[in-house]
Design a protein around this ligand. Sequence first.
Ligand SMILES: Nc1ncnc2c1ncn2[C@@H]1O[C@H](COP(=O)(O)OP(=O)(O)O)[C@@H](O)[C@H]1O
Ligand SMILES: [Mg+2]
Length: 312
Amino acid sequence: MSLAVADLCKRYGAVEAVAGVSFEAAPGAILGLLGPNGAGKSTTIGLIAGLLRPDRGSVRIAGRELGGDADPAKRALGLVPQELALIDELPARVNLEIFGALYGLAGRELRRRCDAALDAVSLADRAADPPRQYSGGMRRRLNLACALLHEPAVLLLDEPTVGVDPQSRHAIFATLAALRDAGHTLVYTTHYMEEVEKLCDRVVIIDHGRVLADDTVARLVAAAPGGETLTLDYEPAPDAAAVAALSMLPGVRSAALEAGRLVVSCTDIGAAAPRVLEQLAARDHHCRHLESRAPTLEDVFLSLTGRSLRDP
Ligand SMILES: Nc1ncnc2c1ncn2[C@@H]1O[C@H](COP(=O)(O)OP(=O)(O)O)[C@@H](O)[C@H]1O
Ligand SMILES: [Mg+2]
């Protein structure tokens, strides 16, 4: 089922937490909702899930507008909240049974779904243990499993990998990719651009409660003004005059020394790279190390906002 939100707005006093957010998430795809802390991601998710009442705007599932709390269409939604919602003292399986019961599951069907959810997040062998004996990553995985019991067509995930180990992140990503391939609609909220680049079919970038961009990662990166970046270590490092001369070369947008390394932003790396190397070699600088980096979503965010997406 598709999920479409239109002109969602939510204000807290003077703060416009969500200021006219619209996007559409398609079945069989993972939509990334990317933005720095405070961008309005959790508020958006809360508005979609019905935990918060919007000042304005609508949420549609499969084309039909969601009504109030009692709307049966809400059963199609699953939510993995940013704050863990687990009972620490009870075994993982009992946690799942409680969530399943909330969705009206019982008996054999409840047991089957608990087994499937535990398998999906690779916790079957720890089902008898309470979450207080779990690592942070395992808790995150159980938090995800709780949202899968009623097999929601639309799954909302709010920063589901914060503080997890690489193994748990991998397990979570594998689960989400399997859900995508089975035709579910996923909205994946994060402030990690690497996660979006790796996992998401499409990304909505938000900041200050507004949508700044909505496209595939490949198209956003291709349209960003920044090209490839060359980073070089020289012995001895070039002086300011030599660096300034590099920035005049064809294919070079700018050149600067950053922490002793030469960083060259290129409009055309094929034209820039040989000329930079040649020019510095002619001045008796020896290149010790060289790497190039393709533009990323970080560059896209920087070009859209003038700020970095990373935590300060
Ligand atoms: N219950 C609340 N009361 C007042 N301000 C809030 C509340 N919840 C969120 N905000 C504010 O709304 C903005 C968006 O918050 P949030 O949606 O949690 O962002 P994100 O999830 O992207 O980090 C922030 O400025 C935050 O301080
Ligand atoms: Mg949040």
